[in-house]
Design a protein around this ligand. Structure first.
Ligand code: ADP
Ligand code: MG
Length: 324
């Protein structure tokens, strides 16, 4: 199978009639027409074997994850997915691998109405890079995108879904931790097939004051919001501990570490004024995505952790950084 057979067989589908894609795979460029009154939201994420995924992961799950991590960035901006490109380096043209990979990828794409419109394919060590395009409405020339920079002193701090379970699965894979088989399987599904919170992000437009997705761990990604907004925060550790599904299989210190600094979660961390609590609840219900209030934005810079008795905790958790 040559390069162009491979593209035709696994990555070419006709554009959806009436959709934004005027021209898809096959020419030098794709053409997309954003809806009137919208700005394009654009983001890229690369997945490198051994760095972002284990070589043993099922290709169908890897296809899902490659797009999911990109959709998660659109979710964090409150954008509606439109299209994506796929740049792929493959060790060999292996149909047994490509078929399930493309199935997992395109199933998630279909679930979000996000069309594959182009890419690049080359031989090399397995490496996947996706660029996603989404839309956010413009109002009076200003985009309605959720940004990292809007958190205000006094705002509530929230997280969607669950945190820490992906890290638990990674530690089991690394042989550092042992948990019951059912706990591991659930955590492994969280690690390998994350659910990008696209519907929640859209529902939070005009409600949240700031948002980011949690990919490198809560401390790190919340830290981006705090620095960009020029504020600090305090997290209620009891509320945070409720975020990890496998809480019962871990001691408290470990569970809190996974929640605060686990990584690979693809949830949203966001802030909203206290008078928007009903609106946040409505966004959660509308998007069928659980949301937990875990703390508050404060004027003093930095991040503090407080337990249910109001005691400040000292911990050394760190955000994930590829170069540290
Ligand atoms: P060019 O060399 O002009 O950049 P290519 O010959 O590499 O383009 O690719 C041919 C067509 O196939 C282009 O439309 C490109 O966007 C598309 N394409 C290449 N690789 C992929 C892929 N992995 N997924 C989807 N489309 C792809
Ligand atoms: Mg060309």
């Amino acid at each position: 199978m040559g390069e162009f057979d491979l593209i035709a067989r696994f990555f070419t589908r006709p554009p959806r009639p009436g959709g934004p894609t005027l021209l898809g795979v096959g020419d030098d460029c794709a053409l997309i027409q954003p809806s009137p009154g919208t700005a394009l939201a654009i983001s890229s994420d690369m997945l490198v074997e051994g760095r972002h995924f284990l070589s043993t992961v099922a290709p169908e799950r890897l296809g899902h994850k490659a797009l999911a991590v990109n959709l998660s960035d659109l979710a964090a901006c409150g954008a509606t997915p439109v299209a994506f490109t796929l740049a792929l380096a493959l060790p060999r043209a292996d149909a047994q691998w490509l078929e399930p990979f493309s199935r997992g990828l395109l199933a998630l794409a279909d679930a979000h109405g996000c069309e594959l419109i182009g890419g690049d394919t080359t031989q090399g060590p397995l490496n996947l890079c996706i660029t996603v395009f989404g839309e956010v409405p413009l109002q009076g020339g200003r985009s309605q995108a959720l940004l990292r920079s809007g958190a205000q002193v006094g705002d509530d701090l929230y997280v969607s879904g669950q945190l820490g379970d992906a890290r638990l699965a990674l530690e089991v894979f690394r042989g550092q931790l042992s948990v019951p088989a059912d706990v591991f399987e659930a955590a492994r599904a969280r690690m390998e097939t994350p659910s990008p919170r696209v519907a929640l992000g859209q529902a939070l437009r005009g409600v949240a004051s700031a948002a980011a997705d949690v990919s490198d761990g809560l401390i790190g990604d919340l830290g981006h919001i705090l620095r960009r907004s020029g504020v600090g925060a305090c997290i209620d550790t009891d509320a945070a501990l409720g975020l990890i599904a496998a809480r019962h299989a871990l001691d408290e210190d470990q569970a809190l570490g996974f929640v605060l600094a686990g990584g690979d979660d693809y949830e949203l961390v966001f802030t909203a004024p206290t008078n928007a609590r009903d609106a946040v609840h409505a966004a959660s219900v509308h998007s069928q995505t659980p949301v937990t209030r875990i703390g508050r934005i404060e004027a003093e810079p930095g991040l503090r952790l407080r337990d249910a008795q109001g005691r400040l905790l000292q911990r050394q958790d760190q955000a994930f950084d590829h170069f540290k």
